[in-house]
Design a protein around this ligand. Structure first.
Ligand code: FES
Length: 228
């Protein structure tokens, strides 16, 4: 009987932001393509896998938006004047967060990380649901919506001070915006380290989104500029 290939340890995985060039991904990071599932009102409901790429030890992901072999880099960034200067804060997520306090939950929010995915819109919105979290249905929806936020802008916390995070295996998801048809960001999941072009590292988190259209004003992270 053949054994399943083992998932490599997340500690060996890395995403290196290169100066005015692609993301160099090492450590056999699984790569998938995800589509957003919308509800009858057109609101984001869930994610579904539409493609799994063959596992590679190393690969280069386009971040200028110009490659003809997306999601992979084809060298176009050398010809299209791509300015990949990183402007994102290295401050810790919690040090930048605003809080919405509800009866059984707190919602932690760093707005500048918004990737515009829209999972926070359903049923009155995640903030409103948090303020009504003494109702089990509202509480469950608030947790679900916050956990589906690919950018990790929103995190639901218990009143005991524990973050409620979805269990995401380390991987990168290539996303697309189903409404505009525009390319969405890379959804980096499961605590993969991201190294800036200058060798410093960003806070390791369970969910972050990296720009892949080249237009973000918060590089390397997505700021929803792909929707403009
Ligand atoms: S980063 Fe190389 S083609 Fe886009």
């Amino acid at each position: 009987m053949q054994n399943e290939p083992e998932t490599p340890p997340v500690a060996s995985m890395r995403i290196k932001v290169t100066r005015n060039g692609p993301y160099v991904v090492t450590g056999s990071v699984p790569l998938v393509r995800l589509a957003m599932v919308l509800d009858a009102d057109g609101e984001a409901l869930a994610w579904r896998v539409v493609q799994e790429y063959p596992l590679q030890e190393q690969y280069r992901l386009c971040r200028c938006g110009g490659s003809s072999t997306k999601p992979f880099c084809d060298g176009t960034h050398r010809r299209n004047g791509f300015d990949g200067t990183e402007t994102a804060s290295h401050a810790l997520y919690l040090d930048r967060a605003e809080r919405t306090v509800g009866p059984t939950l707190e919602l932690i929010d760093v707005q500048e990380l918004c990737a515009g995915a829209g999972f926070c819109h359903r049923a009155g919105g995640t903030w409103n649901l948090t303020t009504r979290s003494d109702y089990p249905r509202a509480r469950a929806l608030a947790i679900e919506e916050a956990g589906n936020c690919p950018a990790g802008r929103l995190v639901a916390w218990t009143k005991d001070g524990a973050p409620i995070e979805p269990d995401l295996g380390p991987s990168i998801a290539v996303t697309e915006d189903p409404v505009t048809g525009a390319i969405g960001p890379y959804w980096v999941r499961g605590g993969i380290e991201i190294e800036a072009a200058d060798g410093t590292t960003y806070e390791v988190r369970n969910r972050v989104t990296l720009c892949r259209c080249g237009k973000s004003g918060n590089k390397p992270f997505c700021d929803a500029s792909h929707q403009e």
